[in-house]
Design a protein around this ligand. Structure first.
Ligand code: NAP
Length: 505
C-alpha cells in the first residue's frame, strides 16, 4: 500500500497559484474580444487535489457559440490568404512564448487537472512542440501538376484550407489536446472555435492569450468554455458555415457527434477512447518492461487514452513481472500535484474516482487480487491508491472498459497467438505496447495488432512528429506528423486542356 498522501503545498507555491489565477482569463474569446457570457452565466473550476473552487469562468450560451462561429467565418478568407511564412512565424512565436512560460502553464495545468507538476511541465513541452512542428509544416503545403496518362490534358491539384472548424477537447491534457488541433489548423489557413472541457478551461484560455500576443489576428481562434456542451455545440455542428469538426474525447460522445455531423456531411476527425494492451513476452528485458509499464499506466494517473489498460503477460514470467511492478507502484508518492516530489496526483473528479473504485470492486468480485492499492484514499480531493491486480481472467469487466485511473490489471497468456487474440479482443484500437527482444516477433505484432499506434519496447508513443490516432472505435483521422495538416486541407483538382495544342496550331 502506498504510504499516506502528500497534501502540504509550500506557501510560496500557494501564493504563486493565487497570482497565476488572478492573471488568467476567465471570459469567452469572441472575434478577438474577451467577453462575459450573454446571459452572465458562469461555472466553477475546481482543484481536484482539494475539492476547492479555484475561480469561476464565463459559460457560453448557444448565442455565444454562434457569435464565436461568426468570428471564425468573418476571419476565414483573409486568414486563408496570408502568406504561409506569416502563419508559420505566428506559430513559432507562440511556441517560444509557451516555452518561456512553461512554469506558469505547468502550474495552471496541475491546479485545474491535478497531474504532478513534473508531468505538467512535460505536457507544456509536448503541447508546445505541435506549434513548432506545424510552423515548420506550414511552408511545405504543396500541390501537383501532371500530364494525364493519355497525354491530352493536364492535371493540376491544389490544396486549400477546409474552412472554419470546431474543436472539442477533453480535460486530461488541457494544453496538448488543444495545440494538437489548433496548430495544424492555423498552419493550413483555417479559423476555429475551441470548446475546452468544463473541468479544465483555464489552460486553453491562457493559451489563447499567448496566440494573441504572438500576433494571431482576431477571429482566427475563438474560445467558448461552457457548462452546456451539447446545447452550445449542437447549433454549430448544424450550421452550414462550419466545415470541420475535430473531437477528442470518449467514444460514446464521439459517436453521437459523428451522427450529428452526418446531417451536413461535415468532415470529422475523432480521437476517441482506448483500451491498450501491454504485452510482455518471456524474452523481454523485464526491468525495461516494468519501466515501460510504469510510464504506459501511471503517467497522468492512468487518465490517458494511451494508458495501458490490460497487461497481458506470458505465464512463465507473470509472477515475477507482477512482483516487480507491485514494488514500484507501492513506492509511488501520492499527493497534491503542486507539491514537489508528488508522483501521482488525484483523479480529476468524484465521478472518475467512483468509476475506478467500482471497476476494481467488479474485478475483485470476479476473482482478482490487489497486490497493492485497491481502494480510494480518505480525505479531501479525489485520490485513488495506485493499484496492481493479479489473477484477472480474460472476459473480466475491467478488461472491457477504459479504466482511466491508476489500476494495472494483469492477465496471463500461453503463447503468441493467444496474446494477439486477447489484445485484439476489444472494439477499441488506439495503441498497443509489447516488450520482446525478438525483432521478427515485434514486426509480426506491428502487423497483427489492430491499433493505430504500436510501442515496441517503449511505454510511450506520443510524438508531435508522428501520426497519432486509432482504428476501430478509437477514431478517425490522425493528429501530428505530416498527416496532421492533411486533416485541414481540401483538395481541388483542375482539369486543363493540353497547352501544347496552341503551340501546334
Ligand atoms: P468526454 O466526456 O467525451 O468529453 C470530451 C469533450 O466533449 C469535453 O469537452 C466535453 O464537454 C464534450 N462533450 C461531452 N458531451 C458532449 C456533447 N453531447 N456534445 C458536445 N460535446 C460534448 O471525454 P472526457 O471524459 O473529457 O475525456 C476522456 C476521454 O477522452 C477518454 O475516453 C479518452 O480515451 C479520450 N481521449 C482520447 C484521446 C485520443 O487522442 N484518442 C486523447 C485524450 C482523451 P464537457 O467537458 O462539458 O463535458
Amino acid at each position: 500500500m502506498s504510504a499516506g498522501i502528500q497534501r502540504e503545498v509550500a506557501a510560496a507555491e500557494r501564493a504563486a497559484a493565487g497570482s497565476l489565477l488572478a492573471d488568467t482569463p476567465t471570459a469567452l474569446l469572441l472575434n478577438g474580444v474577451w467577453c462575459e457570457a450573454s446571459d452572465g452565466g458562469t461555472f466553477a473550476v475546481e482543484n481536484p487535489a482539494t475539492g476547492e473552487t479555484l475561480v469561476r469562468v464565463a459559460s457560453a450560451t448557444p448565442t455565444d457559440g454562434v457569435a464565436a462561429l461568426d468570428g471564425a467565418v468573418a476571419a476565414q478568407a483573409a486568414w486563408a490568404a496570408t502568406a504561409p511564412r506569416e502563419r508559420a512565424e505566428i506559430l513559432r512565436r507562440a511556441f517560444e512564448l509557451l516555452i518561456e512560460r512553461r512554469e506558469e502553464f505547468a502550474q495552471l495545468i496541475t491546479l485545474e487537472m491535478g497531474k504532478p507538476i513534473a508531468e505538467s511541465r512535460g505536457e507544456v513541452t509536448y503541447g508546445a512542440e505541435f506549434l513548432r512542428w506545424f510552423s515548420e509544416e506550414t511552408s511545405r503545403i504543396s500541390g501537383r501538376y501532371a500530364t494525364a496518362p493519355d497525354g491530352n490534358s493536364r492535371l493540376l491539384v491544389l490544396r486549400r484550407p477546409v474552412g472554419p472548424c470546431l474543436f472539442v477537447t477533453p480535460w486530461n491534457f488541457p494544453l496538448a489536446m488543444a495545440t494538437r488541433k489548433i496548430a495544424p489548423a492555423i498552419a493550413a489557413g483555417c479559423t476555429a472555435v475551441l470548446k475546452p472541457a468544463v473541468l479544465t478551461p483555464l489552460t486553453a484560455l491562457r493559451f489563447a492569450q499567448v496566440l494573441q500576443e504572438a500576433g494571431l489576428p482576431d477571429g482566427v481562434l475563438n474560445v467558448i468554455p461552457t457548462a452546456s456542451a451539447g446545447a452550445v455545440t449542437g447549433p454549430l455542428i448544424a450550421d452550414p458555415r462550419l466545415r470541420k469538426l475535430s473531437f477528442t474525447g470518449s467514444t460514446p460522445v464521439g459517436k453521437r457527434l459523428i451522427a450529428d455531423a452526418a446531417h451536413g456531411v461535415l468532415r470529422v476527425s475523432m480521437e476517441l477512447g482506448g483500451n491498450a494492451p501491454f504485452l510482455v513476452f518471456p524474452d523481454a528485458d523485464l526491468d525495461r518492461a516494468v519501466d515501460g509499464a510504469m510510464l504506459a499506466k501511471f503517467r497522468n494517473g492512468g487518465e490517458a487514452c494511451t494508458a495501458a489498460n490490460r497487461f497481458l503477460v506470458h505465464e512463465s514470467i507473470a509472477a515475477d513481472f507482477a512482483e516487480r511492478l507491485t514494488a514500484r507502484v507501492a513506492a509511488l508518492a501520492v499527493g497534491d500535484g503542486s507539491a514537489a516530489g508528488t508522483q501521482q496526483g488525484p483523479l480529476v473528479d468524484r465521478a472518475t474516482l467512483e468509476k475506478v473504485s467500482e471497476l476494481v470492486e467488479s474485478a475483485r468480485a470476479e476473482g482478482a487480487v490487489a497486490t497493492t492499492g485497491g481502494h480510494a484514499l480518505e480525505g479531501a480531493g479525489y485520490f485513488y491508491a495506485p493499484t496492481v491486480l493479479t489473477g484477472v481472467a480474460p472476459g473480466a469487466r475491467i478488461l472491457g472498459e477504459e479504466i482511466f485511473g491508476p489500476v494495472a490489471p494483469i492477465t496471463v497468456f500461453a503463447d503468441e497467438a493467444e496474446a494477439i487474440r486477447l489484445a485484439n479482443d476489444t472494439e477499441y484500437g488506439l495503441v498497443g505496447y509489447a516488450y520482446t527482444r525478438d525483432l521478427n516477433r515485434g514486426l509480426r505484432l506491428a502487423e497483427q495488432l489492430e491499433v493505430g499506434m504500436f510501442g515496441l519496447n517503449t511505454g510511450i508513443v506520443s510524438n508531435p512528429a508522428a501520426p497519432f490516432g486509432g482504428v476501430k472505435q478509437s477514431g478517425l483521422g490522425r493528429e501530428g506528423g505530416a498527416e496532421g495538416i492533411e486533416e485541414f486541407l481540401e483538395t481541388t483538382y483542375v482539369g486543363i486542356a493540353d497547352p501544347l495544342l496552341d503551340a501546334a496550331a
